[in-house]
Write a protein that binds this ligand. Structure first.
Ligand SMILES: [Zn+2]
Length: 225
């Protein structure tokens, strides 16, 4: 008997607050599962092969991205992150989960999952860390423990607003490991929402390796293009 009650409640709520697609604003069927219309969902493009970056300049072993940071997905990530629409976590996590299921080498040998931290003041303003929410859903789905391994010691400027030289110093020593005992000897999967230059993931990986991690692999929901 649960189903009809849920439907009635959803329809009732929909009369007062019409449901709209979080990306394009179009009216949604009240039973639409993810809060995003099918047209927008179909527009989200998977990151084409080889999916990952690995290079001597970075501290991580490889960095994978599930999708491309553009169009509907860009809008969804923005609404999720800056308008705290946490209900979008379900579809955004699903995009990452489906990607992992198609590329099982991502989880090979992984002992723990962690995430890129945000600075304490920003966490208070936003109320949640979007990368932690995504990492938590991956941890639940694949049964791999999650650890709050890193902290951000100071506010930094958005990397895309800086020159090349400023970028190099902006993130320097901005991340620190919280507890070496939880990190030491482990192969870690580091989660973030978007990868642009790879500098943030690399600095976080460096902090984990400095604390004794065996190696760090990264996975982001989207990759800047
Ligand atoms: Zn839409």
């Amino acid at each position: 008997m649960d189903e009809p009650i849920v439907s009635v409640t959803k329809n009732f709520v929909n009369l007062i607050y019409p449901l709209r697609c979080a990306a394009c604003g179009k009216s949604l069927d009240p039973l639409e599962e993810f809060g995003v219309c099918r047209v927008c969902l179909n527009k989200i493009r998977q990151n084409p092969k080889p999916y990952s970056r690995s290079c001597g300049l970075f501290f991580f072993e490889r960095a994978y991205s599930a999708c491309l940071y553009e169009g509907a997905l860009k809008e969804l990530i923005h609404v999720f992150k800056y308008k705290s629409k946490i209900s979008l976590a379900k579809i955004l996590s699903k995009l990452m989960i489906d990607f992992i299921k198609e590329n099982d080498e991502i989880l090979y040998g992984i002992d723990i999952i962690t995430f890129v931290p945000i600075q304490a003041r920003r966490l208070r303003e936003r109320g949640f860390n979007q990368s932690r929410t995504l990492a938590l859903n991956l941890s639940k789905e694949f049964g791999i423990p999650i650890t709050d391994a890193l902290k951000k010691t100071r506010l930094t400027k958005p990397q895309n607003e800086l020159t090349r030289n400023e970028r190099l110093t902006n993130l320097k020593d901005a991340f620190k490991a919280r507890d070496r005992l939880k990190i030491k000897g482990h192969t870690i999967l580091l989660i973030d929402d978007v990868m642009t230059t790879g500098a943030t993931l690399s600095e976080c990986s460096k902090a984990l390796l400095d604390a004794g991690a065996a190696s760090v692999r990264c996975l982001t929901l989207a990759r800047g293009i």
